[in-house]
Design a protein around this ligand. Structure first.
Ligand SMILES: [Zn+2]
Ligand SMILES: [Zn+2]
Length: 327
């Protein structure tokens, strides 16, 4: 079968003779229809994020159709359209038992510690597939995973109706945070040094940054150290700073500022299982969220190497469709 693989740092190839996956008793075999690309895939391709071996199947933001189910699976069936939750916590450790599965030290991650989703067929633990109504558009389904991160960030930030919220960074995660915060009723302002990304966020309804340092909610999505420093500066007294983007480089922030303004700074690591995906699917069904609006470039699987090469320059999100070979 066809799979999109990293063969060496920076070198992505389409392999038409990749072995078929084996499906365990508690797994389902999913025929992949679409996979979104994000910053963590780019980090794997660049060699900044280690994977167990090369060649390695890339990708983790996927959806598709169940083709067959393992012997122990009773609540999924062939023909179901599903979104895949690509983080598999152990569900048994003390952290998992508190419900905070994002902090599981034994968490397995598709595309990072487990083979990725950019293949014609993939085996997935059945409990990490989410049945989706057949009427939903592929463009929206492929965005469910990164939207779950955004919905979690917005939940931690708590930007209630009418509250001003500043989003730093208008990359694809920033765009989805803007959509989720708007849906929560916040007055969302956004800033990004890249004019194209900013224009897309504005097109999707975000307001311009007004320069004020009194935002009750600030969400940092870019991972730039300077943006985190700015986030602390821009938060109002009693405000909340939620950090989604990450960098290993140290930031310089004033503890005087944090103490005097009584700020809460909160890291947001993906989402917890199963509440994260459940809340996100509910948000998409109950509202006119249409997260597929952040997609700006679609590629065929054959064109995956080009998709990876171009994704950093695309304002909006790129994705790879397995459904038809578009040039
Ligand atoms: Zn991602
Ligand atoms: Zn665990």
């Amino acid at each position: 079968m066809r799979a999109v693989t990293l063969v060496a740092p920076g070198l992505v190839l389409v392999d038409d003779h990749w072995p078929e996956p084996r499906t365990g008793p508690s797994e389902v075999l999913v025929e992949i229809r679409g996979v979104g690309l994000c910053g963590s895939d780019a980090a794997v391709v660049a060699g900044h994020r280690a994977v167990p071996r090369l060649p390695w199947v890339l990708g983790h933001e996927a959806y598709g159709m169940i083709r067959s189910v393992g012997a122990e699976v009773t609540d999924r069936h062939p023909g179901q359209l599903v979104a895949i939750e690509p983080n598999y916590p152990c569900l048994a450790c003390p952290t998992c038992l508190t419900g905070a599965t994002s902090g599981c030290v034994r968490r397995r991650i598709a595309g990072i510690s487990e083979p990725g989703m950019l293949a014609e067929r993939v085996s997935v633990p059945a409990g990490f597939t989410w049945p989706i109504p057949a009427t939903w558009r592929g463009e929206d389904i492929v965005c469910i995973e990164p939207l779950s991160v955004a919905v979690n960030a917005v939940g931690l930030a708590g930007p209630g109706p009418g509250r001003r919220c500043l989003v730093l960074g208008a990359g694809s995660q920033g765009q989805l945070v803007c959509l989720a915060a708007q849906q929560a009723g916040a007055a969302v302002h956004v800033t990004d040094p890249h004019a194209g990304r900013l224009a897309l966020a504005r097109e999707l309804g975000a307001l311009p940054d007004d320069g004020a340092c009194d935002y009750p909610v600030v969400i940092e999505t870019s991972g730039a150290v300077s943006a985190f420093e700015q986030a602390v500066e821009r938060a109002a007294p009693g405000g909340r700073v939620v950090v989604v983007g990450q960098s290993e480089a140290p930031a310089r922030v004033s503890t005087f500022r944090i103490v005097q303004r009584r700020l809460t700074i909160r890291g947001c690591l993906i989402y917890d299982h199963p509440g994260g995906f459940a809340r996100t699917l509910e948000a998409i069904s109950a509202h006119d969220l249409r997260p597929g609006r952040v997609l700006r470039a679609r590629y065929s699987a054959a064109d995956a190497p080009r998709a990876f090469a171009e994704s950093a320059g695309v304002a909006g999100k790129s994705w790879i469709s397995f459904e038809e070979e578009t040039a």
